[in-house]
Design a protein around this ligand. Structure first.
Ligand SMILES: Nc1ncnc2c1ncn2[C@@H]1O[C@H](COP(=O)(O)OP(=O)(O)OP(=O)(O)O)[C@@H](O)[C@H]1O
Length: 365
């Protein structure tokens, strides 16, 4: 078990000697610590630098262009993958199809010259954790992709010295029917072993169900690191508010005027606190509000803004309305018995307590 730490890491794939101002940076001045024994997700849009970060941790990329990588406090910058004790599970299971499950799991230990009796004990233990004990003699080729992926994980965790396990979109090729079980198993294994794990995905559901701590990266920059609840309740950037939560946060471009936040088709009055923050901000303003905080009334209430209902999605427990006025489109979560349907006009209010303000792509309040 070990912590993994980045100190001011920047990485560019341009050839050595390229002047800094001509480089394209895949990772930019990123400092972060993934704590010993923690279950982490690394989340971000395609091309944001997730794979580069994983490869910098595992040693597949031995050294960043700038900065240091520490494993358990030890500077491993420049060391290769073997010297770091980091296991990696990829999208496609890495197993020897010709070997049975036992021999696949035993392979890393035998490679290290471990005595066969010790190999047996350790393999049995890992097979038990992974629910593979009844298939130890089955050739790996006969297993389904989810069980093959368990073997990949098993080969990673079978060495007790493994410092951390990196999971790179491990459910991508798994049949939807088997995904749920494997995701639960990954979580269970993390709990049982207390190993530091970093799970890379672009799927918010996978990230939030696996991890206690989520690191969000965009354009190679760390945007936020926190619990799933932190990210949901206090997103550091509009795209996190939109990305996390189902449906995501409503985000509207706006400007500040005497009446409040002018969102084009309507104006949202602001409390003195929010107005003060907005008036000091630099950069384009955006208003964020989660669908559950939007107040919708079946008839036009005093001070409410009229919107037209264009779509009603009934989840059985509540309804999600898509509401439109002018160019603005928002979603609101309402009760099952909400008495207005598609094509009707409803009144909408934006309570101050539910409003998040962003400026220049970053959270103000
Ligand atoms: N070997 C490489 N040579 C040059 N540029 C690269 C290389 N690998 C990645 N990049 C660039 O670095 C940036 C980050 O890519 P990376 O693959 O780390 O992102 P990612 O978040 O893992 O993306 P995805 O989710 O699509 O796999 C991208 O702009 C990508 O084009």
């Amino acid at each position: 078990m070990a912590s993994v730490q980045f100190l001011n890491v920047s990485h560019s794939y341009d050839p050595p000697g390229t002047p800094d101002d001509q480089r394209t940076w895949a990772v930019r001045d990123l400092s972060v610590t993934w704590e010993d024994g923690s279950a982490n997700a690394l989340l971000g849009p395609s091309g944001c630098g997730k794979t580069t970060l994983l490869n910098l941790i595992s040693g597949l990329l031995p050294a960043p262009t700038r900065g240091k990588v520490l494993v358990d406090g030890r500077d491993v910058t420049g060391l290769g993958a073997r010297e770091r004790g980091i296991a990696q599970v990829f999208q496609f299971p890495v197993v020897y199809d010709s070997m049975n499950v036992f021999d696949n799991l035993a392979f890393p230990l035998r490679n290290e010259g471990m005595a066969e009796s010790a190999v047996r004990g350790r393999v049995m233990e890992v097979a038990r954790i992974l629910d593979l004990s009844d298939r130890l003699k089955v050739p790996a080729a006969r297993l389904n992709p989810a069980d093959k992926q368990k073997i990949s994980l098993g080969r990673g965790i079978v060495r007790e010295s493994t410092a951390a396990v990196l999971l790179d979109e491990p459910l991508t090729v798994i049949d939807p029917k088997l995904k749920w079980g494997l995701r639960r198993k990954l979580r269970e294994v993390q709990r049982a072993l207390g190993k530091t794990m970093i799970y890379v995905t672009h799927d918010q559901h996978e990230a939030l169900t696996f991890a206690d701590d989520v690191t969000v990266v965009r354009d190679g920059v760390l945007v936020q690191k926190g619990s799933p609840k932190d990210l949901h309740d206090d997103p550091a950037a509009p795209f996190i508010g939109y990305f996390i939560g189902s449906p995501g946060m409503n985000v509207l471009a706006c400007t500040l005027d005497d009446a409040g936040l002018d969102c084009g088709a309507f104006t949202v009055p602001l409390s003195p606190g929010l107005r003060g923050a907005a008036s000091r901000a630099t950069g384009a303003l955006e208003l964020g509000i989660r669908p559950e905080f939007v107040e919708a009334y079946p008839s036009a209430e005093e001070d409410s803004i009229p919107f037209t209902v264009t779509v009603v999605e009934d989840t059985g427990a509540y309804r999600i309305l898509t509401l439109v006025t002018g160019d603005a489109r928002i979603k609101a979560r309402v009760a099952e018995n909400f008495a207005a349907g598609e094509g009707e006009t409803v009144g909408v209010r934006f309570p101050q307590a539910g409003i998040k303000l962003f400026a220049g792509g970053r959270r103000l309040v």
